[in-house]
Design a protein around this ligand. Structure first.
Ligand SMILES: [Ca+2]
Length: 411
């Protein structure tokens, strides 16, 4: 991983550069091979003594898929790109974790950093995180983004801001912070966060529980925003329709989450999320209002030291089971439901970015549960975000490679 470029943090042009390689794309073709695709389900589990709550909750059957994928580099030289949002003209807004947002045009040209992004805490897992626009972007030019916000002596916390992108794309104006996670903590980890608009126009914000032993417990405390799914109005404040939890903050949708770095609206109109679990416990949920997703009381997996999490239990009354979990983990970041025309066989599938799996993961669903799993583009790098473009191609960000990749069909 590159060290943070001090000059670039102050908003000046980086000298090492952004290159556009749309014209001379580097391409590789990867079949979702049969024999190799089996490998991931042969790896031994981390928590071998734990049992799923129902068949298919983990290690779903491997999908044998003969589709060939072509991966083309659209742009590269970005520093830890984290979130991507497609614009109506076919271009993209892309964040870089150290604190910059750029436009990547459809021809692969990468802009200078967009001016007007507030200061972020670019340490550990923190920095400038997700970015989102709504369907009315062409008229409103309004953008939302999440970030690790400095909070002085109290530390830092996840926040969400919105602003209007100038006609030339060079600057954000009318910038306002619309959500501030409480309390702040002195931690550089577990900020979440993904932004997803629902069909009522409310904005979901996923968070984390800041990782350390003390704030971790606050995932169960509905008087805080740590380890929660948040649902707000786009201009701030709790969204109508949120659950009323006793003693709870009004922005909370669901609680008991660890570090949610993947979220998308499903074809059912519901929010689906994927969170980083402990070792052997990454999980897929469909968070319902007011429900408790268990962390850190129940979970699959174990501490990275090998010690159990809490009492080492995986189920308890009043706490929800994940729809699916990975053991071993994939380190999930970024997800999308595939709804395009280029891969009609994949419609309804969930696509997930894998940081540690260094692959694109696809899950098929049946009756609300996971029916199969496939992995593609193994070795591409740490995939940080996944999006489906209007033409049905799939767009990926690689954290370590600093690339925007477009995945199209080879057969
Ligand atoms: Ca859970």
């Amino acid at each position: 991983m590159r060290s943070i470029n001090r000059e670039s943090l102050s908003g000046h042009r980086q000298s090492w550069s952004i290159a556009s390689r749309a014209a001379i794309a580097s391409i590789f073709i990867a079949a979702a091979g049969n024999a190799r695709a089996q490998d991931f389900n042969l790896a031994p589990p981390n928590a071998a003594d734990q049992r799923p709550a129902f068949p298919g909750q983990t290690r779903a059957p491997v999908i044998n898929d003969s589709i060939q994928l072509i991966s083309t580099v659209v742009a590269e030289g970005l520093e830890n790109p984290w979130g991507i949002a497609e614009l109506p003209d076919g271009g993209w807004l892309v964040t870089e974790r150290p604190g910059r947002m750029r436009l990547v045009r459809s021809d692969g040209t990468v802009s200078e950093p967009i001016q007007g992004v507030p200061e972020v805490v670019a340490r550990g897992q923190g920095g400038l995180l997700d970015v989102a626009v709504r369907d009315d972007f062409e008229e409103s030019r309004r953008v939302w983004w999440s970030f690790s916000q400095p909070r002085g002596a109290e530390g830092n916390a996840t926040a969400v801001a919105t602003g209007v992108l100038s006609a030339d794309g060079a600057a954000l104006g009318d910038v306002r912070v619309v959500f501030q996670q409480q309390p702040a903590w002195r931690s550089n980890n577990h900020f979440g966060s993904r932004l997803v608009f629902d069909r009522d126009g409310a904005l979901f914000v996923t968070t984390g529980e800041r990782s350390q032993r003390r704030p971790r417990q606050l995932a169960q405390d509905v008087g805080t925003h740590l380890g929660k799914i948040i649902r707000i109005n786009p201009d701030g404040g709790a969204a109508p329709g949120n659950p009323q939890l006793e003693g709870g903050l009004p922005e909370i949708w669901s609680f008991g989450h660890r570090n949610v770095q993947a979220a998308a609206l499903g074809p059912d109109g519901a929010l689906w999320t994927i969170e980083h679990g402990p070792r052997g416990g990454d999980e897929l949920n469909r968070p319902e209002p007011g429900k408790n997703y268990g962390w850190p009381i129940i979970t699959y997996g174990e501490n990275y030291s090998g010690a159990p999490i809490g009492e080492g239990i995986t189920a308890r009354d009043g706490m929800e089971q994940p729809i699916y979990y990975w053991d071993p983990v994939i380190a999930p970041s970024g997800m999308a439901f595939y709804d395009g025309s280029m891969f009609p066989e994949w419609r309804g599938s969930i696509l997930v970015g894998g940081l540690s799996s260094r692959s694109l993961v696809r899950l098929t669903l049946s009756a609300g549960r996971v029916a199969g799993e496939a992995r593609y583009l193994e070795g591409t790098g740490r995939i940080r975000d996944v999006a489906v473009a209007r033409d049905g191609s799939i767009v990926l960000l690689t954290d370590d490679g600093g690339q925007v990749l477009r995945v199209t069909r080879g057969n």
